[in-house]
Structures are given as structure tokens and as C-alpha cells.
Design a binder for this molecule. Structure first.
Ligand SMILES: Cc1cc2nc3c(=O)[nH]c(=O)nc-3n(C[C@H](O)[C@H](O)[C@H](O)COP(=O)(O)OP(=O)(O)OC[C@H]3O[C@@H](n4cnc5c(N)ncnc54)[C@H](O)[C@@H]3O)c2cc1C
Length: 640
């Protein structure tokens, strides 16, 4: 299979505008003849549904939650990047592009990343016009703060609730279209399969999560904006409902899954405290603007942190990376936290934590200033950890947070299945092997408000308006039957182990072997363990309740079943990539200083996997999209 990125030719700065000029258009009065399904109502899906409906397309929107407003995007805390250069500190579209491509360790497409940086400024204008209450300076100008991997302040924020405020903006725009009858909106519906007819995506199968009924939906195109798959690790900062099912089922219908092993582990999370935990809590990266990361210099120093004098504190990020200090990118900060803890310098009961200390910032700026910037995050920390971060340092440790891998898409955000698009965290597109802070919201909204609404027209212009096969077409019937059979199978196992027990065990295998550091031996072991556990899952899981009513267990069982298959592919992908890049640290490939050592000669490609089911045995075939770099020079990343 030849993977064509469809990246436009020409100078980097002109690619997107030229592409927009050259793409085919659908005439305004023809748009209403096309129906588009959008699965997901987070920032990517909500923005896409609202914008396409505003353009005149007929949109049908689905989400799992009881309200579009509760999509996982609501959890985003720290901010959204844009190259406005309001602080006048030397930012530009080029610099945002460069930081992002370098931050991703040169494993993303130049064309996509440049477009993202270009569109970033429009997102801020759009959000401000919607009334999103970004923080402002006394003068009225929007405030900015810094995030990792950048030496400028370009992050726009609304306290520690940026995702919530941006989502309210997208949600209002979407609800306006629901009210106008342009969006047919279905919360509490889970997509179970995509329907493909004559090689084109023509619809989906959903389960009504309240009544349990399965439904068939037909359309001219399908957009998956279904978020990331961090919950394969069981413990992550993601919402419990975040899952891979929609993307995975599309993968099993032919859509390639790209770079599944690229998983971001965020350095500043509240550490794991026991087996009973079902999720982890992020302490936003924005805190590293003012908080200083340190551990005691000597092993076994169990003095209260406030009693440890300056000379006995090891500010390891500031010492090792003087240029970026505490604001090194996430992969670098996470790796270094692991290194100091592995060296026995970790703090707290488990020794798996480091300090994030605001003592100096409070002394310098005053408690009120710190409270106005991070008050809600400090309160959250105190509620969970039972310690007051104004008075003693927070304890933090890396946790799974974001997945750069996802469905392979071309420059138009279309998967290799014509008519099937993927946006936001569900696609693989813009962050390479490591995402910089505050750039997921930027990508989701760029895809949803600005890119997809243009590029989808280029596809639809070639689809005859009004083409309908009917939902009694064989492809719909068999897709529904497959979904129903899977549900029945899960309910009929009636085994002895709970779904949570399987998920937790799977998550531990994935964290131990495909987490911050990986190596060949562990990856091979992980594949075996995952396969064995998957076998046991299908013979020994207990799924209580029934198919035809509200059944949370059944929902989770289906998602965990998909996580098993994904986990195996993640290990295969990590095994294939015999280099270190970004978050993918293969212990065999490190520089003398312990930094990720890329192998550009052999691995400068996007790994796009094709699913093949050979009599129940899962086989994935690797296809490579070679990454060409015309505008940046590939260098060993340095933040020193
Ligand atoms: C705690 C936390 C804080 C973060 N803070 C920041 C930040 O400050 N800045 C930043 O840039 N990024 C941040 N991120 C990352 C960012 O929030 C996410 O990457 C982004 O919001 C994902 O948006 P999305 O629209 O792609 O998906 P989501 O918001 O995850 O939405 C997915 C949607 O798909 C629906 N869905 C999923 N599966 C199905 C299915 N099978 N059928 C039907 N519907 C389905 C869900 O119901 C939901 O509506 C943070 C992440 C976390 C976990």
C-alpha cells in the first residue's frame, strides 16, 4: 500500500493557502444535500460539527456522555498555544512551527505542523468572539504564560480551566446549530462500528447506552473525533470514559493505525498512592512556570522538605538543562524524574515522587499572585493529597496523559478509507513522538474549526449528492450483527474475574513494559503476557447485567476488549522502532548523556499498521510513510 500524505507542494508558508485555493468546493445550495456523521463532541468534534453545520452541511453528532459538554476536553487545565506574540518576546508562526516539530523529535510532517502554527492565531480570535474568558492583563490584552519546550510565552489560558471554557464556546456554537435543525444530536450513543460500502465510509452502528438498542446511521462521510487511548494503561489522567473503541473498530475495518507506541507521560501528576486508585490527577504543566522541581541531593534524606537547606537540594532540571530549566518538554522532564527516582533520590512513602516547590515564587510574587494564577489547581492538590502546597512542596510523578499515535490521516485529515476522517487526539497527525504542552487544544480546534470544514468539501465534491444505499444494505446488516454478536459473547462468558481486574492487570503490563522506558526483552515478554491475558479475558471475564438496558459493565467490557488488541500493537510498534525518539525511549538507544538517540537514516517514518485477521490470529502489517524534511534541519534535540 502506498501512503500518500497529499501534502501540497511549494513554499511552506504557502502550502495551506494554496491548498485552500486549489481544493474543490461544494456550492452553498448543494451543501444541505450532504450528511456528515461526527462521532465525538470534545473540542475537535464539537468544533467540527458546529462549523460544518454553519457551512450548511447536515450533521449528525454522537457522544457517549449525557451531554456534549462533558467530553474529556473539559478537563484540560493549563492553556492553548498560539503565535500571536502579544508579549513581544520574539514569537512567530515559524517559531511555533519549529518548536513543535523539534518538540516532536522530528517525527511529524512539516506541512501539517506549519499549518497548525498558522491556524493557531485564528483559533484565539474565534474563541474570543465566542466569549471565552481568557485571562487578561490590566490593560485588557490577553495574558500569556509559558509551557515546556518553548522560550517564549505563547499560552493563552483561563485560570486552570482552559479546556472547560473553550468547550463551552464550541458547545454553544454546536447547540445553536442543533436549535436551527442543522445538527441531529445524540448523546449517550456509543459508536460500535463503521460501515463501508464500495470502499467508502457510508455510516456507523451505534448502541443507545440507555436502552441498549443498536441503530444504523447512513451518511456521505464519517468523522471520528473520539479522543485518545491513554486508558489502555488503566491508570492515566484521562477521563474514565476515554477509550479507543471507535478508532479501533475503524482500524479493524481497514483504517491504518499510526505510531501507536507514541504515548506521552506527563511529568507533573499526583503520584500513585495505592492499588485502589482508578485514575490519576494531572497538576498542569503551567505550574512549572513558577514551581521548581527538586529532590534531596543525598539518598535517604527524610527531613521535612522545608527543613532541607538550599545546598542539599538537587534542582536536577535547572542544573542539567540551564536554557530551559523546569520548562523542558514533557518527555525530558518525565525521563529525568524516573532517573532520579531510580537512583534512590525519590521522595514520599513509595520513593516514586519528586518535589514541585513554590516557596521561592511565593516569596517573590506574593501568595495572592500565585493564588490568582493557580488557585484551583492548588485546591485540587490539597483535596487529594491532604497537604497545603502554599506551605510545603507538592509531590509529583509522571503519569500517562496523551497519545500522539492514532488513526493515520493525510493532509486533508482523511484516513486511508475514503470518506472516513479523524480529528483531534484520535488522529496521529501533528505531534510526532512527543507533544508540547498546550498544543492538543490548539490541534483539536484547528482541525475542527478550520481544517476539516475546508478539506471535507474536497472529498464531498466528488460524491454524488443524495447517493443512498439504505440501512438495510448488507454492509449495515452484517456490521450490526457483528456488534450484537460481540455483545452476546461478552455477556455469555459468565467467568470469575471482573472487567476492572483484567483492565488493571493489562494496564500494569503496559506501564511496566511500554511506559517511560522500553527494551527489546521486555517488549517481547509484554506481547506474550498480553496475548495470554487476552485469552483468559475471553473465557473468564464476568460481565453482569443485560444487553438491552443501561449497562455500564457491558460498555467497559467492550472497550477493555479493544484495549487488549491495541496494547499488543503498541508493543509491536515499540519493538519495530529500534531507535529512541521523543517519548519513545528504547534503553538500547541512548546518547552518552542518557538522551533519546534517533536513527534518522532508518526510522524517519510514520509507522502505519494495517489490521489483518487470519483465522482469529491478529496480524498487523507495517506500512511506512517516509517523512521528508525540506525546511528544517534534523538535529539532536538539546534543551541545555
Ligand atoms: C487532565 C488533562 C489536562 C489537559 N490539559 C491540557 C491543556 O491544558 N492544554 C492542551 O492543549 N491539552 C491538554 N490536555 C489534552 C487535551 O485535553 C486533549 O488532548 C483534548 O481535549 C482531546 O480532545 P478531542 O476532542 O480530540 O477528544 P475528547 O475531548 O476526548 O472527546 C472525545 C469525544 O468522543 C466521544 N467518544 C469517544 N468514543 C466514542 C464512541 N465509541 N462513540 C461515541 N462517542 C465517542 C466522547 O463522548 C467525547 O465526546 C489535557 C488532558 C488531560 C487528561
Amino acid at each position: 500500500m502506498k501512503l500518500d500524505s497529499k501534502a501540497p507542494e511549494g513554499p511552506l508558508e504557502e502550502k495551506w493557502s494554496r491548498h485552500k485555493k486549489e481544493m474543490k468546493l461544494v456550492a452553498p445550495n448543494n451543501k444541505r444535500k450532504y450528511e456528515v456523521i461526527v462521532v465525538g463532541t470534545g473540542l475537535a468534534g464539537g468544533a467540527a460539527a458546529a462549523s460544518m453545520a454553519e457551512l450548511g452541511y447536515k450533521v449528525t453528532s454522537f457522544c457517549i456522555q449525557d451531554s456534549a459538554r462533558r467530553a474529556h476536553s473539559i478537563a484540560a487545565q493549563g492553556g492553548i498555544n498560539a503565535a500571536k506574540n502579544y508579549p513581544n518576546d520574539g514569537d512567530s508562526i515559524w517559531r511555533l512551527f519549529y518548536d513543535t516539530i523539534k518538540g516532536g523529535d522530528y517525527r511529524s510532517r512539516e506541512s501539517n505542523v506549519y499549518r497548525l502554527a498558522e491556524v493557531s492565531n485564528e483559533i484565539i480570535d474565534q474563541a474570543v468572539a465566542q466569549g471565552v474568558p481568557f485571562a487578561r492583563e490590566y490593560s485588557g490584552l490577553l495574558s500569556n504564560r509559558s509551557f515546556g519546550g518553548a522560550q517564549v510565552s505563547r499560552t493563552f489560558y483561563a485560570r486552570g480551566q482552559t479546556g472547560q471554557q473553550l468547550l463551552l464556546g464550541a458547545y454553544q456554537a454546536m447547540m445553536r446549530q442543533v436549535q436551527l435543525g442543522n445538527i441531529d444530536y445524540h448523546p449517550r450513543h456509543e459508536m460500535l462500528d463503521v460501515v463501508i460500502i464500495d470502499g467508502q465510509a457510508r455510516g456507523i452502528i451505534t448502541r443507545d447506552l440507555v436502552s441498549g438498542e443498536l441503530h444504523r446511521w447512513e451518511a456521505d462521510a464519517v468523522v471520528l473525533a473520539t479522543g485518545g487511548y491513554g486508558n489502555v494503561f488503566y491508570l492515566s489522567t484521562n477521563a474514565k470514559n476515554s477509550n479507543v473503541t471507535a478508532a479501533w473498530r475503524a482500524h479493524k475495518k481497514g483504517a491504518l493505525f499510526a505510531n501507536p507506541c507514541y504515548v506521552q507521560v506527563h511529568p507533573t501528576c499526583i503520584p500513585v498512592s495505592g492499588d485502589y486508585q482508578s485514575k490519576l490527577t494531572l497538576m498542569s504543566e503551567s505550574l512549572r512556570n513558577d514551581g521548581r522541581v527538586w529532590v534531596p541531593r543525598k539518598k535517604g534524606d527524610d527531613r521535612h522538605p522545608n527543613d532541607i537547606p538550599e545546598e542539599d537540594r538537587f534542582y536536577y532540571l535547572e542544573e542539567k538543562y540551564p536554557s530551559f530549566g523546569n520548562l523542558v518538554p514533557r518527555d525530558v522532564a518525565s525521563r529525568n524524574a524516573k532517573i532520579v527516582c531510580d537512583d534512590g533520590l525519590g521522595v514520599g512513602e513509595t520513593g516514586l515522587a519528586v518535589y514541585l516547590d513554590f516557596r521561592d515564587a511565593i516569596k517573590r510574587d506574593g501568595r495572592d499572585t500565585i493564588e490568582s494564577k493557580y488557585g484551583n489547581l492548588f485546591d485540587m492538590y490539597e483535596n487529594i493529597a491532604g497537604e497545603n502546597p502554599y506551605e510545603m512542596p507538592m509531590r509529583i510523578y509522571p503519569a500517562v496523559h496523551y497519545t500522539m499515535g492514532g488513526l493515520w490521516v493525510d493532509y486533508n485529515l482523511m484516513t486511508n478509507v475514503p470518506g472516513l476522517f479523524a480529528t483531534g487526539e484520535a488522529n496521529f497527525s501533528d505531534h510526532g513522538a512527543n507533544r508540547l504542552g498546550a498544543s492538543a487544544l490548539m490541534q483539536g480546534l484547528s482541525d475542527g474549526y478550520f481544517v476539516l470544514p475546508s478539506t471535507i468539501g474536497n472529498y464531498l465534491a466528488d460524491v454524488k449528492p443524495g447517493t443512498r444505499y439504505g440501512t438495510d444494505h448488507e454492509a449495515f446488516v452484517s456490521a450490526e450483527k457483528e456488534s450484537q454478536d460481540k455483545i452476546n459473547k461478552l455477556l455469555n462468558i459468565k467467568g470469575k474475574r471482573t472487567i476492572v481486574d483484567f483492565h488493571r492487570t493489562l494496564g500494569k503490563i503496559v506501564w511496566d513494559n511500554i511506559g517511560i522506558a522500553r527494551n527489546e526483552e521486555d517488549l517481547k515478554k509484554a506481547i506474550k503476557e498480553i496475548q495470554e491475558l487476552r485469552k483468559e479475558f475471553w473465557t473468564n471475564v464476568y460481565v453482569p447485567g443485560e444487553a438491552n438496558n443501561y449497562n455500564k459493565y457491558l460498555e467497559f467490557a467492550g472497550r477493555v476488549a479493544d484495549f487488549f488488541e491495541l496494547a499488543e500493537l503498541m508493543a509491536k510498534d515499540a519493538l519495530d522502532r529500534q531507535e529512541s525518539c521523543g517519548c519513545h525511549l528504547r534503553e538500547e538507544y541512548q546518547s552518552d548523556e542518557g538522551e533519546a538517540l534517533r536513527n534518522d537514516e532508518e526510522y524517519s517514518y510514520v509507522a502505519a499498521w494495517e489490521y489483518k485477521d487470519l483465522n482469529g490470529e491478529l496480524v498487523e502489517e507495517l506500512h511506512k510513510e517516509n517523512l521528508e524534511f525540506e525546511f528544517v534541519e534534523l538535529k539532536q534535540r538539546s534543551y541545555k
